[in-house]
Design a protein around this ligand. Structure first.
Ligand SMILES: Nc1nc2c(ncn2[C@@H]2O[C@H](COP(=O)(O)OP(=O)(O)O)[C@@H](O)[C@H]2O)c(=O)[nH]1
Ligand SMILES: [Mg+2]
Length: 355
């Protein structure tokens, strides 16, 4: 799962990337220049910690999210976004949109004043415009295709045309595509187009040290807003753990602030977590909500999916209170489920398979 960190130049993208990843990239802004840096982050999970404390495996492996710090996205320029940038954005599963709230005279805002609502709306509009252009191009291609004939089934072309007409209508009324409800078939058609406003977004208000969150209006149905003291959190993320906890106390920061952003972005992507317990390893896995036991097996290993017979399922709490998979099995507390079983968040899964 890949999340792109976007925002205006100097909004604090690199700073927040460093805070999330414990990284040390210099917080310089490469204005106007497209650049991307990525890092993989463990998703914090108290349930995994509990399982690990209980089973004491050699290895405890977290579910992962990849963050990309994407520089070079600006608003209000008269030209289209560069293709290489759009390509990168299109490959993301969702966005963290960083909005500058901090005041810093050393780094004046490029628009002369700090105004979170203005910046947030401007970036939203930029992404929307980009989708509108893409949708218009697609409609023209469909009209061409219909005129020439001979290729695809006519009804199929008409169906796509109708879909893209609806998108066009929505975008023209400034509604991001993520706020629409699509059928699974429509989503399948759209999945190849990398439309940016279809992707989930988490607005991250980047606050100064002494600041509390300003009142901004997030005008859309789907998405969420969080605030974070970016620079302070980055500095803490780079301290050795014992110094970090002293620092946190001094500033009265509840530790989970970073954790909260990571977990929220995970939820935003519509993921659930399931666990596997091996002889030497306790592991958390990410899976889109609604996935089946068969898909969960495939996430762990293709052999498990190919040779899938049954899944043994139990909640993480029940497993801990019963003590072990063996105990749970002998007490008849491991549920046997088939291929199409929908996995639920927090379940421990053991796949029975043949090779
Ligand atoms: N005072 C203050 N400065 C910040 C904060 N976040 C970022 N900055 C500063 O703003 C400048 C731009 O930040 P950077 O992360 O490079 O922004 P980017 O261009 O969006 O990647 C840097 O000098 C940062 O140190 C913050 O929360 N408070
Ligand atoms: Mg940067």
């Amino acid at each position: 799962m890949r999340l792109g960190i976007i925002g205006l130049p100097q909004s604090g993208k690199t700073t927040i990337f460093n805070a999330l990843t414990g990284g040390k990239r210099p917080a310089t802004s490469s204005r106007g220049r497209f650049e991307i840096h990525t890092a993989v982050v463990d998703v914090p999970d108290d349930r995994l910690e509990a399982l690990s404390n209980h089973f004491k495996p050699e290895k405890t492996i977290h579910a992962k999210v990849t963050y990309g710090d994407i520089a070079g996205l600006d608003v209000g320029s008269s030209t289209d976004l560069p293709g290489s940038l759009i390509n990168q954005l299109a490959q993301m599963d969702g966005f963290l949109h960083v909005v500058r709230c901090f005041e810093d005279e050393g780094f004046p805002h490029t628009m002369g004043s700090v105004d979170p609502q203005r910046d947030m709306d401007a970036m939203d509009a930029e992404l929307l415009l980009n989708d509108l252009i893409a949708v218009e191009r697609k409609r023209e291609r469909l009209i061409d295709e219909r005129r020439k004939g001979g290729g695809r089934d006519k009804a199929e072309i008409e169906r796509e045309k109708a879909l893209f007409d609806t998108l066009h209508q929505q975008l023209s009324s400034e509604i991001p595509l993520r706020d629409m409800d699509f059928s699974a078939d429509d989503l399948k058609i759209l999945s190849g187009y990398g439309l940016l406003t279809l992707k989930p977004v988490l607005i991250v208000l980047n606050l100064g040290e002494e600041q509390s969150a300003p009142d901004v209006e997030f005008r859309h149905r789907k998405g969420a807003v969080v605030d974070i003291k970016g620079k302070l959190e980055m500095e803490i993320a780079q301290l050795p753990p014992d110094e970090a906890s002293i620092f946190l106390q001094e500033y009265g920061i509840s530790e989970p602030s970073l954790k909260r952003v990571i977990r929220l972005s995970y939820e935003l992507l519509g993921l659930l977590t399931f666990f596997t317990i091996g002889s030497d390893e306790v592991r958390a896995w990410a899976l889109p909500r609604g996935s089946t036991a068969h898909q969960a097996a495939g996430e762990v290993h293709t052999d498990l999916q190919k040779g899938f017979i049954r899944a043994e399922v139990i909640t993480w709490e029940d497993l801990i209170s019963l003590g072990s998979l063996g105990e749970a099995r002998s007490k008849g507390r491991l549920r046997l489920e088939g291929k199409d079983y929908q996995v639920k968040d927090g379940e421990v899964i053991q796949v029975r398979f043949h090779i």
